[in-house]
Ligand binder design. Structure first.
Ligand SMILES: Cc1cc2nc3c(=O)[nH]c(=O)nc-3n(C[C@H](O)[C@H](O)[C@H](O)COP(=O)(O)O)c2cc1C
Length: 186
């Protein structure tokens, strides 16, 4: 394999979902470059359905308060305050979404394409030593979050919040041996 193929393999293999970030916010320029790289994902019919938003402090503060409210309703004050403290420490925020077409098959393909783009994004950031968590908690399915992000649910759907920052700790992960997920057919 060439050196570059080896480095792609290394980035793919070593990337981990990060829960614990340093406080420093990574440079926006690096994030913008990673988003541009993300858009080189495959996409059927060249729909380029992905949309990304880099969220500034005002929007993040609104999201944190919305989530605190949701957690308070479900789990009470103590859990809500703990979540608020944790979410306030997340350094960088991106919202990922895709444009809906109204055709269920095309939307399935558009969802697949944006997921490919998100993986590109996670890898491009990891290659810059920036860790991420792709989060799909209950808040991502609320009308309030759509409204806060200026998303019209008729034409666009949130696929996740991508938290990013320099990792404070990098957890271990594991995968099944490939023989368990691969079969060869005659
Ligand atoms: C569609 C999708 C949604 C995810 N949502 C969450 C989430 O809401 N919370 C979370 O902690 N991790 C979430 N993750 C990250 C997974 O938990 C993580 O990828 C998995 O534990 C494997 O770890 P790794 O990414 O380090 O290999 C999500 C991943 C994907 C692909």
């Amino acid at each position: 394999m060439s050196d570059s193929a080896n480095s792609v393999a290394e980035v793919i293999r070593s990337r981990r979902t990060i829960c614990d970030f340093e406080l420093q916010i990574p440079p926006e320029e690096t994030v913008r470059k990673a988003i541009e790289l993300a858009t080189w994902a495959p996409n059927h019919k060249q729909t380029e359905p992905w949309r990304f938003a880099i969220l500034g402090p005002k929007t993040v503060a609104q999201i944190v308060e919305l989530n605190t409210k949701l957690v308070r309703e479900q789990q009470g004050d103590k859990a809500a305050e703990a979540k608020r403290d944790r979410w306030r420490k997340i350094p960088g925020w991106i919202a990922a979404s895709y444009r809906r077409s109204g055709d269920p098959l095309r939307d399935k393909e558009n969802y697949a394409a944006v997921c490919c783009a998100i993986q590109n994004l996670l890898l491009a950031l990891w290659d810059e030593r920036i860790g991420t968590k792709w989060s799909t908690g209950p808040i991502t399915r609320t009308e309030e979050l759509d409204e806060l992000l200026g998303i019209d649910a008729e034409t666009e759907q949130i696929v996740g919040l991508i938290w990013y920052g320099f990792p404070a700790t990098i957890p271990k992960s594991h995968r099944k041996p490939v023989e368990e997920v691969l079969r060869k057919l005659p």
